[in-house]
Design a protein around this ligand. Structure first.
Ligand SMILES: Cc1ncc(C[n+]2csc(CCOP(=O)(O)OP(=O)(O)O)c2C)c(N)n1
Ligand SMILES: [Mg+2]
Length: 345
């Protein structure tokens, strides 16, 4: 019995999809770790909002599979990332810490994105080459094309990744950014996280084509559709897009089909515009569940190990929560820093 179980697991390992993608077992487990960590941190943030501890939360729940798969395709800290507000899992995987994100949520001193000037979820870290975005949606898209133009100018083999929702692809900024990237064959990956809604507006009222990827042809770019709740598939597609960009062959538009099972933000009530049946159906395709089931199927995860991961995640979230809560607010005069240039004597 024991022998056949081992043989079964060995066979499963040989067939393992992550191996075929040149990911080690440790990397596949690390993917699960970031998906889980982001989920548990995000859930805590919702609770803190409902307890009136913090003013606002906007969530990445449901999008973690896309984001972690994408981050693994990059050289973290070398390539540029220009995220949007749902990119908690992406930012954590690139190297931001739960403490960084809790400082931002509480608006406390030392918050790396903006020194606590921005709303939370405007992820940024100079050291990690994560560029903090502006609040008007889609502004990061032409800015990422600009970063890629800078990379081309400097002649390195870096790439830029930017993310946005499908609603943002109806903004002028999206079209200008892709047009520019198409003309100059810039090393940028446009990753659309299509969660089917722009707040309350469903996709068929956002755009006249079925897929965001269909829009790529207008800019001479490949448009690729991927199951956004399958991190390994996202990794596969993103790896190709990154390799293409590094070879100097230009940008790719990747559309990850996904869903946000929670309201748009802490200030939204999604019961007013979608059915509970729809939400429950998508929860069955949840990326935490999917990745865990995958790891179990290849013999890398069992109940005991899953509990260990949960305990580690809880510890990290508790630590960050206390750290953010206890940190001081910036002094009032800090509001005047980094606004005006220092006068030169
Ligand atoms: C230019 C602009 N218009 C409207 C808003 C308000 N707003 C914030 S998020 C959002 C929805 C964006 O939807 P989508 O791009 O699909 O991203 P999702 O939130 O679904 O991930 C809107 C309309 C904004 N921030 N900027
Ligand atoms: Mg959307």
């Amino acid at each position: 019995m024991a022998v056949s179980k081992v043989a079964e697991q060995t066979a499963a390992k040989v067939d393992a999809r992550h191996r075929a993608l040149d990911l080690t077992d440790a990397q596949a487990l690390e993917m699960y770790w970031y998906i889980l960590l982001s989920r548990r941190l995000d859930e805590r943030m919702w609770i803190l909002h409902r307890q009136h501890e913090v003013a606002f939360h906007i969530s990445g729940i449901g999008h973690e599979g896309t984001q972690v798969g994408a981050a693994f395709a990059l050289k973290r800290g070398y390539d540029f990332v220009h995220p949007y507000y749902r990119d908690m899992a992406l930012s954590l995987t690139i190297g931001m810490t739960p403490r960084d994100l809790m400082l931002a949520l509480y608006g406390k001193q030392g918050e790396p994105s903006s020194g606590a000037r921005q709303m939370p979820a405007h992820y940024g870290s100079r050291a990690l080459k994560i560029v903090s975005g502006s609040s008007p949606v889609a502004t990061q898209i032409p800015q990422a094309a600009g970063i890629a133009f800078g990379i081309r100018y400097k002649g390195t083999d870096q790439v830029a990744l930017t993310c946005f929702g499908e609603g943002s692809t109806s903004e002028g900024d999206f079209h200008e950014g892709l047009n520019w990237a198409g003309i100059y064959k810039l090393p940028v990956i446009f990753l659309c996280q299509n969660n089917q809604y722009a707040i309350s507006v469903p996709t068929d009222k956002e755009m006249p084509v079925k897929n965001v990827a269909d829009r790529a042809v207008a800019y001479g770019l490949p448009g690729v559709i991927v199951d956004g709740n399958d991190p390994l598939e996202v990794y596969r597609v993103m790896r190709e897009a990154v390799a293409r960009a590094r070879r100097g062959e230009g940008a790719t538009l990747v559309e990850a089909k996904t869903y946000r099972p929670v309201p748009h933000s802490s200030d939204d009530d999604d019961r007013t515009y979608r059915s509970r049946e729809e939400v429950e159906a998508w929860k069955k395709k949840d990326p935490v569940l999917r990745m865990r089931q995958y790891l179990e199927s290849v013999g890398l995860m069992d109940d005991a190990k899953a509990q260990e991961y949960e305990a580690r995640a809880k510890e990290a979230v508790d630590d960050a929560n206390q750290f953010g809560k206890n940190a001081p607010f910036p002094p009032p005069e800090a509001a005047l820093e980094n606004v005006w240039g220092e006068s030169r004597k």
